[in-house]
Ligand binder design. Structure first.
Ligand SMILES: Cc1ncc(COP(=O)(O)O)c(C=O)c1O
Length: 404
């Protein structure tokens, strides 16, 4: 059957009401907010965050940055939450980093509820392309202080073309420090990009971005440090070339959770953009172990329930492939890491081997440490905040799915 305009309208209405009905189901928990044992009422699978650990992580990173003499611009791609962003700003962050325009639009809109966001400094860390994106960037630049990155003269021209007299955007040159994902590949290319930026009305050259995604999870601090030195040397060559040609490179931004203290020690970056430190995940725990960069607490877990326990040796839980990102492998069972193993058991289910003592029973709740927090968080509308077994609140993953 052809779907005409009004039908599309009804379909949208149904989608919205389904979401609201779902939210209505939360009432059971919300009625018991602050009550002992309320954590057991959360429908699973669900993301649960230990609020005290989250706040400690936020404070700790703010202190690390302040003591290291660098600015902190946390990356929102990990939590996608305006609530957590507010806490990071309150703790001293100079602004926020976003991977995608839509994430920034959603969070800026939500933060506007606190007051005028015009002095909020927003960095978009991925290059944008095409008129749709540049027009949206110009609109965002009228709401907040926007910085974008470019890695090609074509990108400079595209954004300059949509600016009116009243709009200005600060532009950073994105430099490839060895990952090969985005960024100019060398000093000559950087010079061409920056020369074009300074020619364009409405654009201001702000500095460089050099983010090494390939460095963050390297196992072993010596290996990670050596690779970071090589990456920062690539950035230094570009900075020197630009400054030799009279371009002041005010901002040198980059870095992630895995390289924080190495970046501070090397001294080239004057602004860091870590994201995962707020939650930490299995991948980071395995990579960083007791290294200084790893001294953040695990605040995020994935609550799952045993839905079937009819076999010897294992039970079936309600968190499967659809409940978490799988790029970094399986989660671990928190508190039972050496005794129990989680295995994927289809779209909707997981298998967890029984511990050596009494086996799990139907209805038991277990807590998983997600292997990779960012794409796991993106699968949930909400994160429950807890203190022990007490639910103290629920926050909205406002930029969930904002991938454009
Ligand atoms: C450009 C950029 N900056 C910062 C980060 C944050 O890194 P992490 O989550 O490892 O702290 C990322 C993560 O992918 C990123 O892509």
């Amino acid at each position: 059957m052809a779907v005409d305009g009004p039908d599309i309208g009804r379909a949208l209405d149904q989608g919205v009401s389904a979401r609201l009905e779902n939210a209505g189901g939360y009432q059971v928990v919300l009625d018991h907010l602050g009550d002992a044992g309320s954590r057991q009422l959360i429908a699973t699978p669900a993301l649960v965050c230990d609020f005290a650990v989250l706040m400690e992580n936020i404070e700790r990173m703010a202190t690390v940055a302040a003591l290291g003499g660098v600015s902190l611009r946390p990356h929102l791609k990990s939590h996608k939450s305006a609530f957590i962003a507010r806490r990071q700003l309150d703790a001293g962050a100079v602004g926020l980093s976003f991977a995608k325009l839509a994430e920034a639009e959603a969070v800026v809109e939500r933060l506007a509820a606190d007051g005028d966001p015009s002095s909020l400094s927003v960095l978009l860390t991925s290059p944008i392309v095409g008129i749709s994106a540049t027009t949206r960037a110009a609109a965002l630049a009228r709401r907040c202080e926007l910085m974008i990155v470019v890695d090609h003269v074509g990108g400079v021209d595209e954004v300059a073309a949509v600016l009116d007299e009243a709009t200005s955007i600060t532009v950073l040159c994105d430099v490839d420090v060895g990952q090969g994902r985005t960024g100019v590949t060398g000093p000559r290319e950087a010079l061409a990009v920056v020369a074009r930026i300074v020619q364009c009305e409405g654009l201001e050259f702000g500095g460089v971005q050099g983010y090494g995604g390939h460095l963050q999870h390297l196992v072993g601090r010596d290996e990670r440090r050596a690779a970071t030195v090589a990456a920062m040397n690539r950035l230094r060559v570009v900075v020197d070339e630009l400054e030799d040609h009279g371009h002041e490179v005010g901002l040198r931004t980059g870095g992630g959770t895995g390289t924080t203290s190495i970046d501070i020690e090397l001294g080239l970056l004057n602004e860091l953009q870590p994201g995962s430190y707020v939650f930490m995940d299995r991948e980071y725990r395995d990579a960083l172990r007791d290294d200084p960069e790893g001294r953040f607490g695990r605040s995020l877990s994935l609550a799952t329930s045993v839905v079937s326990a009819n076999h010897t040796g294992f039970v079936t839980v309600d968190a499967g492939l659809k409940s978490m990102a799988t790029d970094a492998g399986a989660p671990t069972v928190i508190g039972l890491e050496s005794q129990c193993e989680y295995r994927f058991f289809g779209d909707e289910h997981g298998l967890i081997t029984n511990p050596s003592g009494p086996p799990f029973e139907r209805g038991d709740r277990l807590h998983l440490l997600p292997a990779h927090c960012d794409p796991t968080v993106d699968r949930y509308d909400d994160i429950w905040l807890v203190e022990g077994d007490v639910v103290i609140g629920v926050i909205d993953v406002v930029a969930r799915g904002c991938s454009q």
